[in-house]
Design a protein around this ligand. Structure first.
Ligand code: SR1
Ligand code: MG
Length: 419
């Protein structure tokens, strides 16, 4: 068993010997570590991910590396992110039961988490690229975002508990710093690690020359770093969701921090929009119906979020914010207060949405939806639609945008020849 030993990255060869002493892993996979099969399947930007299989079943071992995997050891990254991921998963499991994989074991020194092997789940982004449908997806994600947002905030939590939690997660510094730079800032100037598809030059120049846009993006960053409203997942894109045809789970909350209530749903909608704009390169005859399904996801995810948030407002508003003593107990309807909180959530969400649409085409770490379009002459015009809609969203975010209006914008930009 590894507990107490100095950190060492696992390999396919060393894993069975090194983890043989973890009783819960042996119980899930089989008692003879020599009979385990190990495969490294990590395709994300940061970590090692192993599937451990044996006669009794399978488990996942996720281990942090001391550097950014995508870049190499020239970019060191603290191992402590596994500690925060473990705490985030624990809280998400409590706030939205069944939404995340079950944790079997956590080893802080080895920065590793042993957790449930999800099968036959695959990364949602792969399904969206392949044109597959996932029943119940929007309901699941809308509820997840609303429950984790509401139940992690002072709308629900006791003030002391929330402050203690915010203090705990405040130690996660370098990982959110990636978001501060890569997501909010780098897209808007020629940052060192940036890259974009050839042919996008005029669109990129226009974005970077739009000072009002930069101010709005920086305003969103200001809210992201200073507005500790709730515990956010912090990286809720379609690569952080695993689905079957009718079941989904959220994974990978290592970018956890306290942040704006609307952050996660904004980032999520951006990833649906990028799936939408990239579809012409991935689909044939089914293009229109599949794109309509993706926009339907946005609509339904946002509607479910609102419904669930309002329900929690009525049934679980036990924190210091907008207390019943101040409203219902005085014979005053708190509905307008809830509407105002929701309006603030959507302002943040749509700004983040536009910014995420920019960073995945301009900064480091693009997404497969566009990257797997091999021909730049096909990719560039689709990314251009995505980039220009992102800018329109950021500009319009303060204006009370609804999900239906966002979907209408997407349809409009989808028909435009921006380049
Ligand atoms: C250097 S890390 C790049 C990206 O990968 C993660 O999944 C986050 O999305 C991060 O922004
Ligand atoms: Mg991740």
């Amino acid at each position: 068993m590894t507990t107490g030993a100095a950190y060492e990255a696992l390999t396919v060869e060393t894993l069975p010997d090194r983890l043989a002493g973890i009783a819960v892993l042996a119980a899930k996979v089989g008692p003879e570590a020599g009979a385990w099969q190990v495969e490294e399947v990590g395709d994300g930007n940061l970590n090692l991910v192993f599937i451990v299989s044996g006669p009794a079943g399978k488990a996942i071992v996720k281990q942090a590396l001391p550097y950014v995997r995508l870049v190499g050891d020239s970019w060191p990254l603290p191992l402590y992110r596994a500690f925060y991921e473990h705490h985030a998963l624990t809280r998400q499991a409590a706030r939205d039961p069944g939404s995340v994989p079950e944790i079997y074991h956590f080893d802080e020194a080895q920065a590793l988490i042993v957790m449930e092997f999800l099968a036959p789940h695959v990364i949602l982004r792969r399904k969206l690229i392949a044109g597959e449908h996932v029943a119940g997806l929007a309901g699941f994600l809308g509820r997840f975002c609303a429950r984790t947002a509401f139940r992690g905030s002072e709308l629900s939590m006791a003030s002391g508990d929330k402050k203690a939690d915010a203090a705990l997660f405040a130690g996660n510094v370098e990982i959110p710093a990636i978001t501060e730079a890569l997501v909010f800032t780098d897209p808007y100037f020629e940052a060192e690690m940036n890259n974009h598809t050839e042919g996008l030059g005029p669109v990129v120049a226009e974005l970077r020359g739009d000072v009002a846009l930069k101010i709005k993006a920086q305003r969103a960053l200001q809210r992201f770093v200073s507005n500790a409203e709730t515990m956010v997942h912090g990286d809720l894109h379609s690569g952080s969701i695993m689905s079957t045809a009718d079941d989904s789970r959220v994974i990978d909350p290592e970018f956890v921090q306290y942040g704006p209530l609307g952050f996660d749903i904004g980032m999520l909608c951006a990833n649906f929009l990028m799936a939408y704009f990239s579809q012409p390169a991935h689909r044939g005859a089914e293009l229109e119906t599949y794109q309509a399904w993706i926009l339907g996801l946005i609509d339904e995810t946002c509607a479910t979020f609102e419904t669930e948030f309002r329900h929690l407002w009525q049934t679980e508003r036990t924190g210091i914010l907008y207390p019943r003593t101040l409203f219902e107990d005085q014979g005053h309807d708190s509905g307008p207060a809830c509407a105002e909180v929701l309006a603030g959530i959507w302002r943040d969400a749509w700004a983040v949405c536009g910014i995420e649409m920019h960073r995945r085409c301009l900064s480091l770490a693009h997404n497969a939806d566009f990257e797997e379009i091999a021909d730049p002459a096909i990719r560039a015009p689709l990314e251009a639609r995505n980039l220009t809609m992102g800018a329109a969203l950021i500009h319009a975010a303060d204006g009370g945008l609804t999900a239906a209006e966002v979907c209408a914008m997407a349809r409009e930009f989808n028909g435009k020849d921006v380049l």
